[in-house]
Design a protein around this ligand. Structure first.
Ligand SMILES: O=C(O)CCC(=O)C(=O)O
Ligand SMILES: [Fe+2]
Length: 252
């Protein structure tokens, strides 16, 4: 070991090791297109956010998307953008130093926060069909999902996250059945306080919700020189959809 290391104070050593750890995590992210980090945020903090989000939606929230989208995309989730409404407590997560440092290791210099979107799904709904959050044609332009789970995605709730590791390097999601299993898929059951970093070009979906409700909160970010509208068009196995105009722009 470098003898200089012995004379560094504990804080300097700790900082160096953390940076090394983030570097290793970033390498893993770029290999597989995702990271599942357990116990990233404390449970008490997650309880507070879960209550806040539940309070916003109330007991019987209405779908924001039109019926055509829900039917064709086989996706049932109600988005809420709290910070656009001035609910700034979500900055506590967005500005968390460790969260931001790891994002910087993954995205590189000049990265930025995109938006914070809470997602709610009712009992008995379909989850989300296979998709990419944005078109994959340019590998340098993508959104980074930073999903924070404020309650356990336990077996009774359903809503597990399914993804194909490495698919961010495989181009367009193949045509096919919106919810059918795909070769090489892995299944994640995040717990309260876990964080999942997921490249927007990775093929991913969410299983149907069998329990009371499902909440996840996505702090989307992007690399330098990415347009703000990067997530306006999503790719499904049967179509491309533009959210700003509520329009199927390509049948597949
Ligand atoms: O809610 C989740 O676990 C994943 C949602 C998703 O596909 C996304 O935010 O892009
Ligand atoms: Fe997604």
């Amino acid at each position: 070991m470098n003898p200089k290391w012995a004379y560094l104070d504990f804080n300097s050593k700790f900082k160096t090791l953390k940076a090394m750890n983030n570097h290793i995590l970033a390498i893993k992210f770029w290999e597989e297109g995702y990271l599942h980090l357990e116990n990233f945020f404390p449970p008490e903090m997650m309880d507070q956010f879960n209550e806040l989000i539940l309070g916003h939606y109330g007991l019987n929230p209405n779908w924001e998307h039109n019926d055509e989208f829900i039917e064709k995309s086989a996706t049932e989730v109600i988005p809420w953008f709290p910070m656009r409404e001035g609910v700034m407590i979500f900055e506590k997560i967005e500005k968390n130093a460790e969260f931001a440092r790891l994002s910087a290791h993954i995205l590189g210099e000049g990265w930025s926060n995109l938006y914070c979107m809470a997602m709610f799904s009712k009992k008995g709904t379909k989850g989300q069909a296979w998709h990419q959050d944005c078109p994959p044609e340019n590998p340098h332009q993508f959104n980074l999902n930073r999903l924070v789970y404020t309650h356990d995605i336990s077996p009774d709730i359903g809503g597990k996250v399914i993804l194909v590791p490495g698919s961010h390097k495989k181009g367009e999601l193949p045509k096919g059945e919106p919810h059918a299993d795909m070769e090489g898929q892995v299944v994640l059951s995040p717990k309260k306080g876990d964080v999942v970093f997921l490249h927007g070009h990775v093929w991913h979906r969410v299983l149907p919700i069998t329990g009371k409700y499902r909440i996840s909160t996505n702090f989307r970010a992007m690399p330098k020189d990415t347009p703000e509208e990067i997530t306006d068009i999503a790719v499904y196995r049967n179509m491309r959809y533009r959210f700003s105009t509520s329009e199927v722009i390509e049948e597949r």
